[in-house]
Design a protein around this ligand. Structure first.
Ligand SMILES: Cc1cc2nc3c(=O)[nH]c(=O)nc-3n(C[C@H](O)[C@H](O)[C@H](O)COP(=O)(O)OP(=O)(O)OC[C@H]3O[C@@H](n4cnc5c(N)ncnc54)[C@H](O)[C@@H]3O)c2cc1C
Length: 440
């Protein structure tokens, strides 16, 4: 390329994560010249999650997904909640039936493998990947974004549309003044996770799985987070188990608890340790989850720019839905970019149909419905401490109350609740939680 020649594309995508590679694939398939700029050595090398991907979103990008042989681990055929007390556990899980009927939606995945493959699919559609390159700023003309500046010498890249899919640490979104503020301690969880290697046969035996085509995805509450607002998780890969816990930054700070201590404590729990015994540590890391959702959403577009995925706070923490939101929002952003090129209108007004596209999908509907969840957890700090342990006590008493008058048994169960929380307040908590998740 001539030194004075501008590096120009129709669309620049910042970040080859789930959202970025989805956006790039759709834009390239729509005939646009697309560059994905990724700071990591390879797509996926910087990425981290629990977790499960949802094939409904993967299929939206690649209807022929299964022919492409995606590097997925086990399908999730058993899922639900494990409620931990100090030394016990209540399981409310579902398996078979709807969870195990074809096609199964949720599959466990390892991001280092999956993201590299996901970006490769975008490349096959015609997108051009620029790895090991950090986008540091924007190029503006007449106040409008017309490209990005990177950390490379002469690293300016031009395009009339920039799709920001930079993940939770949304420095570029902030730089444009689109995000209201930096990550907030009460609405961002710090998740720490270990990936433990175990033979597939051991995993099958310990988790009660018939073969490698069955897997579990569990959300874990109660003693896992020492009662702090947060959730643990456990996912089975083919020959590895992903185990971790996420708690809001503010709660960790206030309780003076170090995240790796929390994880170690969880892994040493008498109900959990036997599942992991003898495993070899493959990966250890921490990542922020933006849990503020609706209330922390930045402005989603401006002249020449669209924001999608974690960068736009598109996560439903209770349901572990972030990947599907990121992918579908990436697709919506790409469709908007294609339309903008057709109309030759890259203004904020021209890109505003992005919001309409998101509004029609589950993304905005769900984020709006759960908009008060972080506030609920903040105003009910003991919720995660009281009810999972009560559930353990109540069911423990119920199933061991042999030879006792059952009237007394129920009084004892009630007392075990009221010792923790006055009855009216407990009813208030449940009603408030119900209202929060229904969204009223
Ligand atoms: C512990 C944990 C468990 C989770 N479990 C689940 C789960 O089970 N299911 C689920 O659906 N979701 C889960 N999530 C959430 C999910 O991982 C995210 O919502 C999803 O990864 C968001 O995708 P994204 O493309 O927006 O961002 P990311 O996947 O974070 O990708 C951002 C990309 O941008 C790159 N980048 C950033 N800044 C720049 C820059 N300036 N220049 C160039 N490149 C840049 C990064 O290197 C990265 O590749 C979990 C998250 C965590 C932390």
């Amino acid at each position: 390329m001539d030194k004075n020649e501008k590096l120009e594309f129709d669309v620049i995508v910042v970040g080859a994560g789930l959202s970025g590679s989805a956006a790039a694939a759709i834009a390239a398939r729509g005939g646009l010249k697309v560059a994905i700029v990724e700071r990591g050595q390879n797509p996926g090398s910087k990425n981290y999650f629990g977790g499960a991907l949802y094939t409904h979103s993967l299929l939206e990008i690649y209807p022929d997904l299964w022919d492409r042989k995606p590097p997925l681990e086990r399908p999730v055929t058993e899922t639900g909640f494990w409620f931990l007390s100090k030394d016990g556990m209540v399981k409310t899980t579902v398996q078979g039936g709807k969870v195990n009927s074809q096609p199964i939606d949720a599959y466990v995945a390892l991001r280092a493998k999956f993201d590299a493959w996901w970006a490769e699919q975008a490349q096959k559609e015609g997108a051009f990947i620029i790895p090991k390159t950090l986008v540091v700023d924007f190029i503006r003309e007449n106040g409008k974004v017309v490209g990005v500046k990177t950390d490379r010498a002469q690293g300016e890249i031009y395009a009339p549309v920039v799709i920001i899919t930079e993940g939770v640490n949304n420095l570029l979104t902030q730089k444009l003044g689109l995000a209201k503020h930096d990550i907030q301690g009460d609405s961002a969880a710090l998740a720490v996770k270990q990936l433990i290697s175990l033979p597939a046969a051991t995993i099958n035996a310990r988790f009660g799985l018939t073969d490698n085509d069955h897997g579990v995805a569990m959300s874990v509450m109660g003693d896992v987070s020492m009662g702090l607002p947060g959730l643990g998780f456990m996912y089975t890969g083919v020959d590895c188990v992903s185990v971790g816990v996420g708690v809001t930054l503010e709660a960790l700070r206030e309780a003076h608890i170090k995240p790796y201590e929390l994880l170690q404590r969880y892994m040493n729990h008498p109900m959990i340790a036997p599942l992991l015994a003898g495993g070899r540590l493959m990966e250890y890391g921490a990542h922020i989850i933006p849990e503020g959702g609706w209330k922390d959403m930045p402005q989603l577009f401006t002249d020449g720019v669209l924001v999608a995925g974690d960068a736009a706070s598109m996560v439903n923490a209770l349901h572990w839905e972030g990947t599907n939101m990121a992918i579908v929002a990436g697709k919506c952003a790409a469709e908007t970019a294609i339309e903008a090129h057709q109309k030759k209108d890259f203004s904020a007004q021209g890109l505003s149909s992005y919001r309409a596209r998101l509004d029609q999908r589950f993304i905005m509907k769900d984020l709006h419905q759960y908009r008060n969840l972080s506030h609920f957890l903040k105003t009910h700090p003991d919720f995660m401490a009281i009810y999972p342990t009560f559930l353990n006590d109540a069911l423990g008493m119920f199933f061991t109350g042999f030879g006792k008058p059952k009237g007394q048994l129920y009084k004892d169960i009630l007392k075990s609740l009221t010792n923790r929380r006055p009855l009216l307040k407990a009813v208030g908590d449940i009603v408030a939680f119900g209202r929060t998740i229904i969204g009223i």
